[in-house]
Design a protein around this ligand. Sequence first.
Ligand SMILES: CCCCCCCCCC/C=C\CCCCCCCCCC(=O)SCCNC(=O)CCNC(=O)[C@H](O)C(C)(C)COP(=O)(O)OP(=O)(O)OC[C@H]1O[C@@H](n2cnc3c(N)ncnc32)[C@H](O)[C@@H]1OP(=O)(O)O
Ligand SMILES: Cc1cc2nc3c(=O)[nH]c(=O)nc-3n(C[C@H](O)[C@H](O)[C@H](O)COP(=O)(O)OP(=O)(O)OC[C@H]3O[C@@H](n4cnc5c(N)ncnc54)[C@H](O)[C@@H]3O)c2cc1C
Length: 660
Amino acid sequence: MDYLSDERKKSDFDVEAMKVAWAGSIQEFQLSDRMAKLVANDPVFEKFTRPMLGRKELLKNTLRKSAHAWKLIIDLRLSEEEAKWLRLYVDEPAYTDLHWGMFIPAIEGQGTEEQKKKWLPLAKKMQIIGCYAQTELGHGSNVQGLETTATFDTRTDEFIMHSPTLTSSKWWPGGLGKLSTHAVVYARLIVGGQFHGVHGFIVQLRSLEDHSPLPGITVGDIGLKFGNGAYNTMDNGVLRFDHVRIPRNQMLMRVSQVTKEGKIMQSDVPRQLIYGTMVYVRQTIVADASKALSRAVCIATRYSAVRRQFGSRDGGPETQVIDYKTQQSRLFPLLASAYAFRFVSEWLKSLYLDVKQRLEANEFSTLPEAHACTAGLKSLTTTATADGIEECRKLCGGHGYLVSSGLPELFAVYIPACTYEGDNVVLMLQVARFLVKTVSELGHKKPVGTTAYMGRVASLMQKNSAVQTAEGWLNPGAVVEAFESRAARMAVRCAQELAKFGNPEEGFAELAVDLVEVAVSHCQLIVVTKFFEKLQQDIPGKGVKESLEVLCYVYALFLLHKHQGDFLATGYLTPKQASLANAQLRTLYSKVRPNAIALVDSFSYTDHYLGSILGRYDGNVYPKLYEAAWEDPLNDSDVIDGFHQYVQPILKQRLHSAKL
Ligand SMILES: CCCCCCCCCC/C=C\CCCCCCCCCC(=O)SCCNC(=O)CCNC(=O)[C@H](O)C(C)(C)COP(=O)(O)OP(=O)(O)OC[C@H]1O[C@@H](n2cnc3c(N)ncnc32)[C@H](O)[C@@H]1OP(=O)(O)O
Ligand SMILES: Cc1cc2nc3c(=O)[nH]c(=O)nc-3n(C[C@H](O)[C@H](O)[C@H](O)COP(=O)(O)OP(=O)(O)OC[C@H]3O[C@@H](n4cnc5c(N)ncnc54)[C@H](O)[C@@H]3O)c2cc1C
């Protein structure tokens, strides 16, 4: 029985076509759909018991699933794209993520041709397992502050890897604790007693025979992390070196080379390329944000249509909570954000692929913008997604707090995304630096790409919004101009404040809070612009483009409402215009309402992937919640183990004193 079938009938667009729009293309949709079904129908990938497993069982279970996934990849000859979808739907962080997601990309981006030829085939056949060992106990954000040393010994043509202090212990790398045989280790290069910056080195950690740590290496897991199950399927590790020797050719040498004689040779490649793996991963994290948020939103939307509270008339049914305006005002902007992040991630991927191609051809001019976009959008989307998942939990009331809602584990797995791959505030400060630089160069350098609007700064500073009616806000030009003006005005104002400081670094530190707000406004402008640009494309299917248009305006006007202080303070909007935008937003929520279930169905998530009783496709929530309760191990017996030992004596004492 489909309890949501009435809801599904209300929609006015072609859901199958929307699935394709969400996936990006028919090929991508089919590929993803095939992998989703493959995983959902395979009992090895069951995940309901995960939160109840102890750490050792949990990790062993993850190893079993990873081995099974690898077998499927080999047996079914899955392509790399298919394998990525398979990984998504298996839905369990594992050591293999860092192997494929960071170790291999680090060698690809920073290794010489010779190094790639040697290491990549081994890694791609998984004959070695690698991780990305950058962060230390004492330093994560400040990469130049890392303490691990790699000292070149000209006599033996080797580097000596050493951890001179407790704080230099590598700390956090995923896959390091128990599984990796190798790591790309970031360390201070010391040649002839001189420090030559931080570089990556390929270091073998464990024997390929019996997996025991090699001499001089101390390695282990850093311990339990937030939440049951969740990220505890990953062996985040600690690593120390005691004068471990590696051959010279295991320093990744695309950026700088050390010769046998101990000479440092700089190639034309900028040193920032050492940070290149982070640019790649941040871009993938933006795509993951849309997946995590859409998943939470799908659960909360379906449940909001099933759940009824208050409002019964003449004994009729109560009101579906999705019909409360307050519920809509919390849920629909998140639904719109999921779509917005999906489309901006599509754009970011194409930007990244373009930069990658240029880097391969030794063309580096677009690297700073790629860094700013990946850092800023990673920060913006992960912050919004982490907050959004928690909001979805609240939108599901008490039942959202049950593990069987799927939301607690999703939240616990997701929130470190605000920290890993760059703390979100630290990353926004990088964007701010880029913007301040752009403003300071306006006189002699034409801004391009995502900062092109700064080239029109004079008019953006003068022109105010012309919107007169609520309908007036349904105009891409009006909306984009509002976001451009806000971002440009905030950036210029901040740059003017900065100029008052004799020492720019002092000014940057003092104005950091304002600078982060400038960076956020710039990143929001990117997301809004890319959503409107997406709508310029051919999007087939009845009503699909129209529904996306509604979501695009919801996303933009919700942000405008939330940050109306910025829009008003910069003088671009009047209070009347801000309130017209809010009125339009209310109207838009009413347009979303009949399509809400169809819009989340368009993510095409299987019940296995959602892992949520509240978000079941058929809406059959209550019987399934009731059934699931009885599957809890506490309900194996009517009288709980420990009752006779610890509780009964207390009860007896009460009876005894009652007699007195
Ligand atoms: C066939 C089978 C296939 C099977 C497939 C399986 C599929 C699995 C795939 C899974 C895919 C993906 C999964 C990925 C899993 C992810 C899980 C996450 C794990 C998390 C990993 C980590 O956290 S790794 C550690 C990350 N650490 C950080 O991010 C540190 C943050 N700090 C920094 O980035 C920097 O230090 C800093 C940006 C803060 C810089 O500070 P500082 O001011 O000191 O900088 P510098 O002086 O060094 O340099 C400043 C100049 O450099 C520019 N800059 C800075 N960063 C970059 C960059 N990244 N790129 C380019 N340029 C950069 C900066 O702008 C300055 O420039 P100028 O102003 O011009 O000088
Ligand atoms: C689950 C997980 C997996 C991870 N996986 C890996 C991995 O595989 N490999 C790896 O190398 N690392 C990994 N990390 C480490 C991760 O990359 C770092 O934790 C991250 O980069 C943040 O650095 P930090 O811990 O030093 O934070 P800190 O920099 O110490 O941040 C603490 C606080 O200080 C603030 N702060 C710091 N600097 C500034 C500044 N300049 N201005 C203003 N505020 C500032 C931050 O905003 C934050 O609020 C992982 C971390 C987690 C949680």
